[in-house]
Design a protein around this ligand. Structure first.
Ligand code: PDD
Length: 289
């Protein structure tokens, strides 16, 4: 007889619902995305779908097709009626009794939520503090997988220190990215906007891509290079980039003030450019994109 225990309730193993057999739960065997809308338009939908398709491909989950996922996003977004929404969805390899190798023909599980996007007005105006933490993640952080335990531990450590984000530092002593955000620095004297080059060590952040777009045509030159925590703490401005909040100034790094401890001028400039770019995309694209 197969038995299972849920809390203190014993049930027959064959009565377990698929939510208890999900490979996402056992192994983090799945991929996910987070998107947001501004004023009733989903921002960079096609970029997120393309990244999701790549994540699916890299872990070998082949259905549903992206067209179907796009339709599901538009459907829930239409029904929620939220102008500024945060949309989360994931796809796991499927549900079956725990076994490392999946059985052939297993059907993936799709799950999505939508709710109001967080209000980042205060963070943008005042900036946030960050602290460093070892990057304990696997070697394919370019895949947006559900394996987030190292990110969770890093963020918990940051919170304990009164910080909003953990900045991950690899074994070579270089900053990779935030536990849930891309990381940027500005060298004001050289007019450089600095961020780590893409690779297996970081997520190809969609916001990163649009921050770079926002800087184009300005005096800021985009420089892709690695930074150490000491480099970062000595630079003029730092900020985080993430879908839910776009650009958030960093004013304290491991307890040390960045310059005068206030959001920097060039970061504010990029926040405005990013907002303009969102408006511009709203005008030029279809309601969904
Ligand atoms: N996190 N790096 C990591 C490790 C992330 O988890 C995220 C986003 C980013 C920024 O990516 P994007 O610009 O595409 O949002 C970078 C999401 C929002 C999350 O896990 O909730």
């Amino acid at each position: 007889m197969n038995l299972a225990m849920i809390g203190d309730r014993i049930v027959e193993g064959n009565q377990l619902g698929p939510e208890y057999l999900d490979r996402g739960l056992y192994f983090g065997d799945g991929v996910y995305e987070v998107l947001r809308s501004y004023q009733g338009r989903i921002f960079a939908l096609e970029d997120h779908l393309a990244r999701f398709a790549r994540s699916m491909h890299e872990v070998g989950i082949h259905e549903p097709d992206i067209g179907q996922i796009r339709q599901r996003i538009l459907r829930i977004f239409g029904q929620a009626g939220l102008p500024n929404a945060k949309i989360y969805f994931h796809l796991t390899r499927g549900s079956e009794p725990r076994n490392h190798t999946p059985r052939k023909g297993l059907l993936p599980n799709f799950f999505m939520t939508i709710g109001p996007a967080p209000d980042s007005t205060k963070d943008k105006a005042q900036g946030v503090a960050v602290s460093t933490f070892p990057d304990w993640r696997w070697k394919r952080c370019d895949i947006k997988s559900l394996n987030l335990l190292p990110n969770v531990l890093a963020r918990m450590d940051a919170e304990k220190k009164g910080c909003a984000e953990a900045i991950l530092v690899n074994e070579a002593g270089e900053i990779t990215e935030g536990s849930g955000s891309a990381f940027f620095a500005i060298d004001a004297k050289r007019n450089e906007l600095i961020t780590r080059p893409l690779g297996h060590e970081i997520l190809p952040s969609i916001t990163r891509q649009h921050v770079i777009r926002a800087a184009q045509g300005s005096d800021l030159k985009v420089v892709e290079r690695t930074l150490t925590p000491a480099d970062a703490a000595g630079l003029d401005e730092l900020f985080l980039a993430v879908t839910t909040k776009d650009i958030v100034p960093v004013i304290r790094f491991d307890g040390q003030h960045i310059r005068d401890g206030k959001p920097g001028f060039l970061t504010k400039f990029l926040i405005d450019r990013f907002a303009a770019l969102v408006c511009q995309d709203e005008k030029t694209k279809t309601p969904a994109s």
